[in-house]
Design a protein around this ligand. Sequence first.
Ligand code: KMH
Ligand code: ZN
Length: 271
Amino acid sequence: MEKLIITVAPVGAEVTRREQPYLPVTPEEIAKEAVAAREAGAAIIHLHVRDEAGKPTQDVNTFARVMELIKSQTDLIIQVSTGGAVGMTAEERLQPLALKPEMASLTGGTCNFGDEVFYNPPPLLEAFARRMLESGVKPEIEVFEAGMIQNALALVKKGLLKPPLHFDFVLGVPGAAPATPRQLLYLAESLPAGATWSVAGVGRHQLPLATLAIILGGHARVGFEDNIYYRKGELAQSNARLVARVVRLAGELGRPPAAPDEARRILGLAP
Ligand code: KMH
Ligand code: ZN
């Protein structure tokens, strides 16, 4: 098996400082968490940013500032979010692609998202995939439920996604696929040959699903975007602590963490 690629998702669009006092929100705070997560063993940062009021934004200047801070201090692979927050327009969501990051998330379709709808109809998927292809950005296909794999395969047929494909299963969002071992096995087995995958379990499912990914030969995403707790009733004091715990487990199971350059090779990114 390849080494384990750990993605840190330190902030996301939904969690608030009120829920998680250690949530990084300013560019400097996000970059500091990125540096600590890299030192702990992360190879990729899945990046959302916030405005001065702490609200999610896709503002290109804010992304530019955070990316500059991260790039000057780490060799992390930067994966910008184009999912943004529910309710944002497509153009709003696409803004950080102008910065030509190495990777970007590409949501695989529409699903319920708590009480809301995360709206990603086929024309939007095509436009996002086309923009990534033209910008030389590798997509990470975010799969919230099984039909999204089929949507990605339709984009491959249209020439808008090029193998090797990389997927991330986001499991446990209310309204989408559950965070169960059975679901993860099914999704992993449904991928085309040669694809790589990681899993982001929501809340208490983050650790068990990351452990299962280590065993199955997948990769893992941890961080406050998906989970703010270290254990039941105890908030995690940093994203790095969540990364470090997966590194310890993976070491015991024979999958040391991939450094960013090793992750680039595994994912087929230019070094
Ligand atoms: N905030 C979610 C609605 C992504 O980054 O690509 C979407 C999301 C997925 O976080
Ligand atoms: Zn995200």
